[in-house]
Design a protein around this ligand. Structure first.
Ligand SMILES: [Zn+2]
Ligand SMILES: [Zn+2]
Length: 330
């Protein structure tokens, strides 16, 4: 099969992914072999390819938003031919304290798709049978792909931020995840305030019904109940914090931040404001979000790239050149 292989992390401008012919994965017990129909491109893939996250496999195939068709390893619940999604959490041990206490997103021994096991920038992928999600028929392959991480983890971020219906919510950064979160927030009758860099991202936020849109350094005109930050930047977290009312919460939707700057506790955090990180996802988050996405007819804006253009897709994500999400069609 054809796959995009990462031998050694490097700046994406040097095109570190090589498109090669490799052996198709062999079916393993309690796994399914999928024919990949689309695979979303996530900023985390960029962190893996550029080495912000230390390499965990010698020759890795990235990609953790896989839409695939079950061709081997089918079960009575998930018969052959079923279209399923695979996300960032590729498996957990099921036995650690976190797994036993409904926090499988924090499992001590997880596998991560496209990082600690091979992912979906390929024609075929192997996935654990208990970590695939049957996809609603309303969603076609291309539009389902970005829901599988950008969508699910964006949804989890809103949960971690404690969003209640009707609240004022700030989104700091407006890429793949935020452009889906805004639709969920509207379904919950929230007012959404967007601070982001890039004129075209601001235009997209406006067109999706944001109450107010400003640049990444502008503060929303009201105090926010909740905020979610999407940019891999500590300065953005501080900007979000400075926009909160007393008792407000900032949730950080980023697996990697450049750094966390010093900030003024008395002015920014005192008053029971909170900063929370968002780590991974649970299967319940995935099921709840995919159900909601079908109910509200969530339509991501997606730009597709062929597998041979995997480097270009990641370069476009790095340069904020994509409005909405990117996906690879192998
Ligand atoms: Zn565990
Ligand atoms: Zn992701």
């Amino acid at each position: 099969m054809k796959a995009a292989i990462l031998a050694a992390p490097a700046d994406i401008a040097t095109r570190p992914l090589r498109i090669e012919d490799v052996a198709r994965p062999v079916l393993a017990p309690r796994h399914m072999l999928l024919k990949v129909r689309a695979c979303g491109v996530c900023r985390t893939d960029l962190h893996i390819v550029e080495g912000d996250l230390p390499p965990r496999l010698g020759h890795a195939i990235p990609g953790h938003q896989i839409v695939g068709e079950v061709i081997e390893g089918a079960t009575s619940d998930v018969p052959a031919g079923t279209r399923v999604g695979v996300s960032w959490i590729g498996g957990t041990d099921g036995s650690c304290w976190y797994c036993r206490n409904n926090m499988e997103n924090l499992c001590d021994a997880p596998t991560f798709t496209g990082y600690t096991v091979n992912g979906g920038y390929a024609e075929y992928a192997l996935a654990r049978a208990d970590f695939v999600f049957p996809l609603p028929p309303e969603l076609d392959d291309l539009h389902a792909a970005p829901l599988l991480c950008a969508g699910i983890i964006g949804f989890r971020s809103l949960r971690v931020a404690g969003v209640e219906p009707g609240e004022r919510v700030g989104l700091f950064g407006f890429g793949a995840s935020a452009h889906l979160a805004i639709e969920v927030l509207h379904a919950w009758k929230c007012k959404v305030y967007v601070s982001t860099r890039g004129e075209s991202h601001r235009r997209l936020a406006k067109s999706l019904g944001a109450e107010w849109v400003g640049s990444e350094v502008e503060k929303p005109p009201v105090e926010l109940d909740r905020a979610v930050t999407f940019a891999p930047s500590g300065d953005v977290v501080v900007a979000a914090l400075s926009s909160l009312r007393k008792g407000g919460v900032v949730a950080i939707n980023a697996i990697h931040l450049d750094r966390m700057p010093q900030f003024d506790y008395d002015r920014l955090l005192w008053g029971e404001r909170q900063i929370r990180s968002v780590a991974n996802m649970t299967r319940a988050d995935a099921r709840d979000f995919l159900k909601l996405a079908a109910e509200i007819d969530l339509r991501p804006q997606v730009t597709s790239f062929p597998l041979a253009q995997a480097n270009e897709a990641l370069l476009a994500v790095k340069r904020d050149a994509i409005d909405g999400a990117a996906a690879i069609i192998p």
